[in-house]
Design a protein around this ligand. Structure first.
Ligand code: 3HC
Length: 657
């Protein structure tokens, strides 16, 4: 096998190239190769300087996460970085792609850093429940200052090359031949005196203790039960007050402890599960159809969100609504979403304007004729959706894929009346569709492989985490969500109050509890659906224990935040427990003949998770989801399950076969 690190000496420069696809992770073999290169640089008298670069799509994207389940084998990364720093000859890192984690730490051990345009640099270890473990918390503040380093290390978000140049993280962005520029820089540094590494610099002073303390407090408040960001902040604080050697040792100790923590194991599980989710071996040889123009029927929240997602990914969209006024409303909804993305810095002005230029809205279905894929996002009603699919089939070409964004309905039944039901799939987006990463790709019973592959290709183009699902009421996520919603409502009837359940879920790590979330989303749509089910048109069996509390709230006009009251009352936008709701709940308990009792936070979460696992097992048994890991991915990315707990199955200690 080819060695992942190669070297070449020419004109006084040792070129070191890492070639370890796909992302040049720092495996044991790479570390050994780099250590050998360092020895070569020391020993070869003709070598005056070193240029370190990587082949392929990126510089080093981090330590090799796959090695984290076993004890590390030498040479260890911190030793390697220190050895490079102390070579006695300058190293210049030539960066491109995503320079992350141990990759950035390696670059920080070099004496200068050049980046090609478009490079992203970051220390994302906290996202894996870790902190930088190879000197990042000690060297980065010495290079860019305490506060910017604290933000990068505790937030985990990468910066772009321009931002990196502004803070001094890199010395320059290359403008011409990157290798020639790196070599010139290396020779310029090769003077009489050996170059000094960052570790030799004094730690930065904190200019304003008040600002610093506030920044630390913000990290703690945002962590919501996660250990890594708090540990990361403590490591940076160590780096400012301890001698460098002691700070490095303390960092390593924290890193090793976190590496073995359940939180990091959970986050690593989700990392790999997300990447496994979109892998569909059965499609390996199937070519997706071209995707150049997307049609969307419906301009409400979902339709506009899906349109925004497509447009932001560079795909032109035609939106069709029932009449001109609704089309104008759809266009307005879309514009609001794009403006919001611009305001949040997700897209820049030119991308915003390009997106708008690629958009058309109207009330004529025939405008969808040239579409490669049409997504229906109209009301959740079987008859209307089935009729729409038939009308679409008459309008579009024979190769156009038709997709339903239904959240619950049976798409096989929906496509029964079509001449070619094999062209239909489900693309179940989550609201807001231009923000949420999850996409359930619903593979209908008759869907052809190239149709499924095209749906998956669209998901990937939009940057979504695509999880395949089969047809079944609520597919994966909503089916499980309905089950734990029912469990929560049963607990209300048994003795808990909404605020107690919400607090238990927040303490567990949810950003929001079940009832706060329902108030935010609105209670009326689910109510309408329950009534439709009761009328027998939505095709779902009635649960064994029906709790009527949500119905009573809706009958009282309490539809959630939008009506000023739901599970809570809203005073100045703040959720306040409402005695009226308590009265409705207690009355429901009495009607059901239940003597109310106190239900503690532990029992609340046990019942909640129990309901998720039970429903999840059913979803697996029925073949709707492929794996427990896929279910974890869905619950983490679509339903607010705390990522650092790894999803319900991981949290329950259940893994796939
Ligand atoms: N170790 C091992 N494998 C890795 C890896 C890593 N650090 N990063 C990515 N991979 C693998 C993925 O599992 C995937 O494998 P697969 O093809 O078998 O599924 C493959 O590389 C490609 O990854 P993506 O599908 O994610 O490719 P993208 O192009 O979408 O993204 C990326 C590339 C931005 C580099 C993304 O993979 C990523 O964010 N990786 C993790 C980066 C990271 O967290 N680095 C820090 C690691 S911890 C560390 O360095 C500790 C140190 O401080 C001591």
């Amino acid at each position: 096998m080819k060695h992942p690190v190669s070297t070449e000496i020419s004109d006084g420069i040792l070129s070191v190239t890492i070639d370890n696809p796909p992302v040049n992770a720092l495996s044991a073999a790479v570390r050994a190769g780099l250590m050998a290169a360092r020895e070569q640089a020391v020993a070869a008298r003709q070598v005056r300087a070193v240029v370190l670069a990587a082949a392929g799509r990126t510089f080093v994207a981090g330590a090799d996460i796959r090695e984290f389940n076993a004890p590390p084998s030498p040479p260890l990364l911190p030793e390697l970085v220190a050895a490079i720093e102390e070579t006695g000859k300058p190293w210049v890192a030539l960066l491109h792609g995503t320079v992350l984690g141990g990759g950035l730490e390696l670059a920080l051990g070099c004496h200068a850093r050049l980046a090609r345009p478009g490079t992203a640099l970051g220390l994302p270890e906290v996202r894996l429940g870790l902190i930088p473990g190879a000197g990042g918390t000690v060297r980065l503040p010495r290079l860019i200052g305490a506060l910017p380093a604290l933000e990068m290390i505790t937030g985990g978000r990468p910066v772009n090359a321009e931002q990196a140049q502004e803070t001094g993280l890199i010395d320059a962005i290359t403008t011409g031949d990157p290798m020639a520029e790196a070599r010139a820089r290396a020779l310029a540094l090769a003077g009489a005196a050996p170059p000094k590494g960052l570790i030799a610099r004094a730690a930065p002073e904190i200019d304003d203790a008040g600002v610093w303390d506030k920044a630390l407090a913000r990290v703690a408040a945002k962590a919501r039960g996660q250990i890594a960001p708090v540990e990361a902040a403590a490591a940076v604080a160590d780096a400012l007050r301890l001698p460098a050697g002691a700070a490095l040792a303390a960092e390593r100790q924290r890193f090793m402890a976190l590496k073995d923590s359940p939180q990091s194991a959970a986050l690593r599980h989700v990392f790999f599960a997300e990447r496994a989710a979109g892998k569909m071996p059965e499609l390996a040889d199937v070519r997706p159809r071209p995707l150049q123009r997307i049609g969307i029927v419906g301009g409400g929240t979902m339709g506009a969100g899906i349109a925004a997602a497509c447009l932001m990914a560079g795909l032109p969209v035609t939106m069709v609504e029932r009449d001109g006024a609704l089309a104008r409303r759809g266009a307005k909804n879309l514009r609001t979403l794009l403006d919001g993305s611009l305001g949040r810095g997700v897209i820049d002005r030119s991308a915003h304007d390009r997106a708008l230029a690629g958009f058309a809205a109207g009330d004529d279905l025939t405008a969808l004729a040239p579409s490669d894929l049409v997504i229906e996002a109209i009301v959740e009603d079987m008859e209307e959706k089935a009729a729409l699919l038939s009308r679409l089939e008459a309008v579009v070409g024979p190769d156009t894929v038709l997709a339903s964004n239904t959240s619950y309905l049976d798409i096989d039944q929906m496509s029964d009346g079509l001449a070619d039901p094999g062209r239909v799939i489900g693309l179940h987006f989550f609201s807001p569709a231009h923000v949420m990463k999850l996409l359930e790709l619903v593979i209908t019973a008759r869907a052809r492989d190239d149709v499924v592959a095209t749906g998956r290709a669209l998901g990937r183009l939009l940057g979504k985490i695509v999880v395949p699902a089969r047809v079944g009421h609520g597919f994966i996520g909503n089916r499980i969500m309905s089950a734990y919603r029912r469990a929560c409502e049963a607990m209300l009837q048994d003795g808990a109050l909404p605020a107690e359940i919400d607090a238990a879920m927040r303490d567990y790590g949810y950003a929001m509890g079940m009832f706060e979330m329902q108030d935010m989303a609105g209670l009326d749509i689910a109510w309408a659906m329950r009534r439709a089910q009761a009328a027998g048109s939505a095709g779902q069996e009635t649960p064994e224990r029906y709790v009527d509390i949500a119905d009573r709230l809706c009958e009282a006009g309490r539809f959630g935040r939008k009506s000023g009251a739901g599970w809570y009352r809203y005073d100045d936008g703040h959720a306040v427990p409402d005695p009226e709701v308590s009265a409705i709940i207690t009355a429901s308990s009495a009607r059901a003949g239940i003597t109310r009792r106190r239900i503690g936070a532990e029992e609340i979460m046990e019942r909640c998770l129990g309901a998720m696992i039970e429903a999840g097992r059913a979803v697996l048994a029925e073949g709707i989801a492929r794996s427990a890991a896929d279910i974890d991915v869905v619950m983490v990315n679509g339903f607010g399950f705390p990522r650092w707990r790894g999803g319900p199955f991981h949290a329950a200690g259940i893994s796939d076969g």
